[in-house]
Structures are given as C-alpha cells and as structure tokens.
Design a protein around this ligand. Structure first.
Ligand SMILES: [Zn+2]
Length: 60
C-alpha cells in the first residue's frame, strides 16, 4: 500500500523515499538509494535532511 502523503525525496541522491508509518520528527532513517542517514524534519508534508555526521548538537 503506497500513501502519496508519505512520499518525499532524499535530499542527497534525489531518490524517492517513503516515510514509514508513524515516523516522527527527529527520527533517523537510512536512504535505500544512497545509504545515507537522514533525519525527519517534517512529516506533513514529509521532509528530510542529511543527518549530522558529527555528534548531535541539540542546542540549535
Ligand atoms: Zn539517498
């Protein structure tokens, strides 16, 4: 079952990416295309950004 509301794009490789059901902001997911780690920054609409490679800095 594909839900268009969860479809977005990998910001790194521009591959299609489907947010899993129940995904939450701040969750880290692996892109199936490029294998990079992505952070969920919005779920409606779904948006992703590259997860920081350094240790998380929650101060921002
Ligand atoms: Zn990717």
């Amino acid at each position: 079952m594909s839900d268009p509301n969860t479809q977005t794009q990998c910001p790194l490789c521009a591959g299609e990416f489907a947010l899993p059901q129940g995904a939450e902001i701040g969750e880290l997911l692996d892109c199936g295309e490029c294998g990079e780690e992505l952070e969920v920054i919005s779920v409606s609409p779904p948006k992703l950004k590259q997860a920081p490679e350094e240790e998380e800095d929650w101060g921002e």
